[in-house]
Design a binder for this molecule. Structure first.
Ligand code: ISJ
Length: 100
C-alpha cells in the first residue's frame, strides 16, 4: 500500500516526489535531445552508406559513462543496462532515419 498524505505530516514524501518528477522530466528531455542528434547522424550515415552500429564508438561511450557514473555513485552494472537501452533506441532511430 502506497504511503500518502496521512502519514506524511511534514510533506517530506510529497515534496521529495515533486523533486523526482522534476528530475525525471529533465532526464527525458535530455534523452530526447540526445536522440535528436542520433537521428541527424542516422541521416548522414544513410547518405554516406555507413552502418548504424559502430561498436568501437559505443564502447567508448560506455567507458565514459561508467567513469561518470562512478563519480555519481552509480554502479557499472546499472550504467551498462541504462546505456544499452539508450543505444538500442539509437539503432532503432538510425535504421528509421534511412527512410527519410
Ligand atoms: C550515434 C552513433 O551511432 C550508434 C549509436 C551510438 C550511441 O547512441 O551513442 C554509438 C555508436 C553507434 O552504434 C555513432 O556512430 O556515433
Amino acid at each position: 500500500q502506497d504511503v500518502r498524505a496521512d502519514k506524511d505530516n511534514g510533506n517530506f514524501l510529497e515534496s521529495s516526489r515533486m523533486q523526482i518528477d522534476s528530475v525525471d522530466h529533465a532526464l527525458i528531455q535530455l534523452i530526447g535531445r540526445r536522440e535528436d542528434i542520433v537521428r541527424a547522424i542516422g541521416r548522414y550515415k544513410a547518405e554516406k552508406h555507413i552502418a548504424p552500429l559502430q561498436k568501437a564508438r559505443f564502447n567508448e561511450v560506455l567507458e565514459q559513462s561508467i567513469a561518470e557514473g562512478k563519480k555519481a555513485g552509480l554502479s557499472p552494472e546499472f550504467i551498462k543496462t541504462l546505456m544499452n537501452a539508450i543505444h538500442e533506441e539509437s539503432l532503432r532511430i538510425e535504421r528509421d532515419s534511412t527512410a527519410y
